[in-house]
Design a protein around this ligand. Structure first.
Ligand code: WT7
Length: 677
């Protein structure tokens, strides 16, 4: 464990919302001892048409007496999140403030959208949705690239009380279909396609594939709205700067446009009115659902509600990035993940912030792209994932030094544990020792940051997520649920609710209780391990369930296994996490073939393809190994801890007495592909 400690950047500290650890501790104490008082004060910064009818916070975390788990913040209060992130700023004289600098995949493709313009687009699209019969409580699937229309679509849903379910544009038809079906979505919003670097992704094709699967399962999505992003049909008025993308030879990208069920976005928008009153909603009505991997392989539709989520995203954004007017903020995540929901759309916009909305790949056309964008917009707050930092480390200082990064003040990290080496590179080489680093630990389920430094006060240690955010009470437990005090390592759980915590798994409340609240009654279980050092710092050690975190994307090993066993030649598959230099972790797959089949490179390619089509390209396994037998217990349970050792070529297994047939181990070692040893 590294012991160097870094003081917050002076420039950040001088003007910070929280300037000292004493101030942090005072606020923190109130937030956990009197959460209702703490969050009531914060709620005054937002517009509520009506105040809560009962208690500000009402909840139960304890399933032990057969009670239901529930969390309610501000129940009975009436609000609208879209109103709070848009109308409020337009009414307060911020209509000409820049909301997004949209930066396309190509460096010379960009446009600017103000709060006032975005407000108009959102009202228009909300009217489009209403004209299609979409109403409060309906579910809308969104499968789009990182373009302004994606923000328009999600906020239009929020405006009319429809629940958006955004599916990351890197998912396959199968994955999209699974999410549309589980979420019972009645409308799909997509785009013709997108370039990611030099790679063209035909989103409409993939979306069509998904709808076909839905139809086969007797579920019909009647309408699809298609944004013409690449094609030549977008009205010139929509493009402030002529787009190089528009000149690409992709005029016939959408070949299967079905009149009637498919609608062009620009057509339906052309006559829509710019006025649309927000639908006033209960604080606990759902705002959106977002699928995250579950250890059983079936994704979970995480449900977030209105007021609590909004206040939590907004407050974490304000304090963790120490946001001030004049800042330009850039989060490189995709809106298809929770990071984009909370820290591109809702959190920044609730604060009236100016952000970069980046369509492309951070290393395209070259490894200097990030810093070119930082210089162009004078980005002051930058938020990315360790995997990108590690990728950039490979290229050294030259691409970084090419551009002026003096505007940078706070550098954030999210998605996976950041190794101290990458942390130091972030601090020294990218931030030139003048920026505060915030390593933010949180989850789709938590809605916003839970363990994080504050950039104006927390002394940081490379690799530590440090201390809890306001309202979070972290506890370390041992296997038996006993609290670990002081220095130690165990399960990371949270003791009481914060406003941003998920309220349920869509359509499956028992699974919500089972996954997060049953093993340790009275606590929310994160699924991660953590250790506490002698100074009380919390270090996240990673997942302790069957999850793999590939470049910050959480995958369940069960989902990869079920993709593999769909191949006609595969009898059984077991997938474990393999440490990876750039991606953090990746999948190491053991497959047992049905008798009579041969394991060869062609099969490996086919199996990789299976995972790409079943889940998405980002899930492609690193290693696939032939496993004529798998290590199992006598009751037939696969012993993954043994497989994890084989994956890293380590023969120290510890106790193998529960194994049914230990002779498989030598065979598995003999079959290891040589390139990974
Ligand atoms: C899992 C949640 C939160 C937005 C992106 C991922 C891991 C996330 C950190 C961090 C160590 C981290 C955890 C967590 N994780 N941030 N700063 N340090 N681990 O959201 O897909 O819901 O994944 O990502 O394992 O449980 P997600």
């Amino acid at each position: 464990m590294s012991e160097d400690i870094y003081a917050p950047a002076t420039e950040v500290q001088n003007i910070a919302h929280v300037k000292s650890m004493e101030q942090y501790e005072e606020m923190y104490k109130e937030s956990v001892n009197d959460p209702e008082i703490f969050w009531t004060k914060i709620s005054k910064d937002f517009y509520f048409q009506k105040q809560p009818t009962g208690k500000f916070l009402n909840y139960n975390f304890d399933v032990s007496d057969g009670n239901k788990v529930f969390v309610e913040w501000m129940k009975g209060a009436v609000t609208n999140v879209c109103y709070n992130v848009l109308d409020r700023h337009v009414e307060n004289g911020k209509k000409d403030n820049v909301c997004f600098y949209w930066e396309g995949n190509d460096p010379d493709d960009s446009k600017v959208i103000t709060y006032g313009e975005l407000y108009k687009q959102v009202c228009k699209f909300a009217n489009v949705l209403k004209d299609l019969g979409i109403k409060k409580g309906d579910h809308v699937a969104i499968y789009m690239p990182m373009i302004v229309e994606l923000v328009v679509a999600m906020l239009a849903c929020a405006r009319i009380g429809a629940v958006h379910s955004i599916v990351f544009g890197g998912f396959s038809s199968d994955s999209l279909a699974e999410r549309i079906l589980d979420g019972k979505c009645c409308l799909l919003i997509t785009a013709d396609g997108v370039y990611r670097g030099t790679k063209l992704v035909n989103l409409k094709d993939i979306a069509d594939g998904a709808l076909k699967i839905c139809k086969e399962k007797k579920f019909e999505v009647k309408k699809t709205i298609v944004v013409c992003h690449l094609g030549p049909m977008s009205p010139p008025s929509d493009k402030k700067v002529s787009s190089p993308a528009a000149k690409r030879p992709c005029m016939s990208l959408v070949t299967n446009f079905v009149e009637g069920s498919d609608l062009w976005y620009h057509d339906v928008m052309s006559n829509a009115s710019e006025e649309c009153k927000p639908e006033w909603l209960d604080a606990e009505d759902p705002l959106f659902m977002l699928y995250t991997s579950g250890s059983t392989g079936k994704p979970k539709g995480v449900v977030h509600t209105q007021a609590g989520y909004m206040m939590y995203a907004a407050t974490t954004f304000k304090y963790v990035f120490d946001y001030h007017d004049g800042d330009v903020y850039w989060c490189t995540a995709d809106i298809g993940w929770i990071t984009g929901h909370s820290y591109i759309t809702y959190g920044p916009m609730a604060n009236g912030a100016t952000s970069v909305l980046f369509e492309g790949v951070p290393t395209y056309p070259g490894p200097e792209r990030c810093w070119q964008v930082v210089e162009k917009y004078k980005v002051s707050k930058f938020y990315t994932a360790p995997t990108l930092i590690r990728t950039l480390m490979k290229y050294g200082d030259e691409p970084i030094k090419k551009y002026d990064r003096s505007s940078l003040k706070v550098l954030g990290s999210v998605g996976e544990p950041i190794n101290p080496e990458a942390w130091r590179f972030y601090y020294n080489n990218i931030g030139e020792k003048k920026c505060s680093i915030v390593d933010t630990f949180w989850q789709t389920e938590t809605g916003g940051h839970t363990m994080t430094p504050l950039p104006g006060c927390t002394p940081t240690k490379p690799g530590a997520a440090t201390f809890p955010f306001f309202g979070i009470v972290p506890v370390l437990l041992d296997e038996n649920g006993k609290v670990i005090e002081g220095v130690g390592e165990g399960y990371l759980v949270f003791k009481q609710p914060w406003p941003g915590i998920m309220r349920t798994i869509y359509g499956n409340h028992p699974r919500y209780e089972e996954t997060y609240f049953t093993q340790f009654p009275g606590y929310y279980k994160t699924g991660d391990g953590a250790k506490r050092d002698k100074d009380g710092y919390i270090w996240i050690t990673g997942r302790i369930d069957d999850m793999v975190n590939v470049s910050g994307h959480l995958l369940s090993t069960a989902a990869v296994e079920s993709a593999l066993v769909e191949h006609a030649k595969v009898a059984e598959a077991a997938v474990v996490s393999l440490p990876h230099k750039i991606k953090g972790e990746t999948c190491y797959c053991f497959v047992t073939l049905i008798d009579g089949n041969t394991f060869d490179s062609e099969l490996i390619t086919e199996l990789k393809h299976c995972v790409r089509t079943k889940i998405g390209p980002f899930a492609q396994p690193e290693v696939i190994q032939n496993a004529p037998g798998l290590p199992k217990t006598r009751s037939g349970k696969i012993m993954r801890r043994i497989l994890r050792k084989i994956a890293v070529n380590n023969r120290e297994f510890g106790d193998v007495s529960t194994m049914a047939d230990s002779s498989v181990i030598d065979v598995l070692f003999a079959n290891r592909p040589t390139s990974t040893s």
